[in-house]
Design a protein around this ligand. Structure first.
Ligand code: HAM
Length: 425
């Protein structure tokens, strides 16, 4: 017997209802990004492994345990991208995007890969929608970016809480690393083997280890003590958020799971998501561009988890749904129906917010109306022998059953206007 094929663990096919939600989210987000001057970028789905080790950090779970690594035929070590920022930073440097000075604003959308244990809202192939803003170091940029993230959620009517923290400059983080080491010194042996190494190399990473015992041991861990400059920057951001009417809660224990953050960090969480409650995450990473070989460049960005967001949006969010189905009765009216559908689309009968489709079927009227109903069309257009002889088409409201005849021997615009009027009546 042949082996039954199935999608790899932690992956799934996006289609039907879920795909429609993804599409709607991306359409609305695209409009939000464009309205603020962000341009789309598509970077490769795989990059050199070292890119992620050097940016996300080789002590992070994402790189240490979750990276999909492979060698190509020339023995190059590559990895599927676990997130979008590293590739965008690589592109920013390689394409010299900052050469003209000023700010560079980019957005992206696409699949990311992490070898995590799959569970509700956590996949091995998942999708992010994100943006990166390069070249602005003021608190206004932090507020603009966090505001944009929240605006996208609000447009989708998602009720999510913005959590913020500030993880400080290098000096603050160095001092913080010491106090974390001191805090865990007495209970080192209760941590997982990875965290014992982390405590030496990168103590902040102990704070986002997913192992249950490590989670328990970090209760009561100290919060970061910020230097004067960092405190002032954080205060300015909080004030900016309030002025822009963006609600937030402070979470002094939030460190984020990636090494590149240098100051303001944020996440949005939803109570409707269960254990994997973060719908988006982001923050400032002023050191990364220089660290990766580019000119010193301040930067801030975020990424939304599309899979989680899609599970939160209302089922009726779709932007383009079925609208008008053109039915030709009998073989002799099929091409006429197809031509009518073409003319109505050409004249933008519903302005791009719904589909106008030809039924492509010779079944009886009864059977086709049943199909139209099952597929959710609110209206159908019927072309039978009688209609063809009279030079009309019948428009039927599927809900009320009401029917109207519209003349077809007119210009396309007039035909579309006639159909629209009959729908409104
Ligand atoms: P992140 O917090 O690792 O940040 O991921 C952002 C979002 O991606 C999460 O809040 C979550 O919604 C979603 N996500 C992450 N892992 C999974 C998974 N296995 N399954 C489903 N959804 C997932 C970043 O990736 C940063 N690059 C964000 C950023 C951009 N910071 C600055 N610029």
């Amino acid at each position: 017997m042949t082996e039954k094929l199935s999608a790899p663990r932690g992956t799934r096919d996006l289609y039907g209802e879920e795909m429609a939600r993804f599409e709607a989210i991306e359409t609305l987000a695209r409009a939000a990004f464009s309205s603020m001057g962000y341009q789309q970028i598509r970077t490769p789905i795989f990059e050199s492994r070292s890119l992620f080790e050097r940016s996300v950090g080789d002590e992070t779970d994402i790189v240490k345990k979750e990276l999909y690594v492979f060698r190509d035929r020339k023995d190059r070590e590559l990895a599927l991208r676990p997130e979008g920022t590293a590739g965008v930073v690589r592109a920013y440097i390689e394409r010299n995007m900052g050469a003209a000075g000023g700010v560079t604003k980019l957005w992206y959308s696409g699949p990311m890969f992490r070898y995590e244990r799959p569970q509700g809202g956590r996949y091995r192939q998942f999708y992010q929608l994100g943006c990166e803003l390069f070249g602005a170091k003021s608190a206004m940029a932090d507020v603009e970016v966090a505001g944009l993230a929240i605006k996208i959620l609000a447009t989708l009517k998602i009720n999510a809480r913005l959590k913020i923290n500030f993880i400080g400059c290098e000096a603050c983080r160095r001092a913080y690393a010491e106090s974390i080491r001191a805090f865990f010194a007495a209970k080192k042996e209760k941590l997982c083997p990875d965290c014992i190494v982390r405590l030496e190399r990168n103590p902040l990473r102990v704070l986002d280890c997913k192992v249950e015992t490590c989670r328990a041991e970090r209760a009561g861990a100290p919060a970061i003590a910020l230097c004067e400059t960092c405190s002032a920057q954080y205060a300015e951001i909080r004030q900016g958020l309030s002025e822009m009417k963006i609600e937030y809660v402070e979470d002094a224990s939030m460190v984020r799971g990636l090494d590149y953050y240098t100051g303001f960090v944020f996440e949005a969480v939803s109570e409707n998501l269960g254990a994997q409650d973060a719908v988006l995450g982001g923050g400032r990473y002023d050191g990364l561009v220089a660290q990766m070989g580019g000119p010193p460049t301040p930067a801030v960005g975020f990424a939304i988890g599309m899979d989680r967001l899609a599970s939160l949006v209302a089922a009726d969010i779709r932007v383009v749904g079925p609208f008008l189905l053109v039915i030709g009765l009998g073989a002799q009216n099929q091409w006429g129906a197809m031509d009518l559908a073409r003319r109505l689309r050409a004249a933008s009968v519903v302005g791009g917010t719904g589909s106008v489709e030809c039924a492509l079927s010779e079944k009886s009227l009864k059977a086709q109306l049943k199909d139209a109903d099952r597929r959710g069309f609110p209206f159908v257009a019927i072309l039978g022998d009688g209609e063809r002889e009279r030079g009309v088409v019948t428009i039927r409201d599927m809900k009320s059953g009401e029917q109207k005849e519209i003349a077809t021997g007119v210009a396309d615009d007039e035909l579309a206007a006639g159909v629209r009027r009959s729908l409104l009546a």
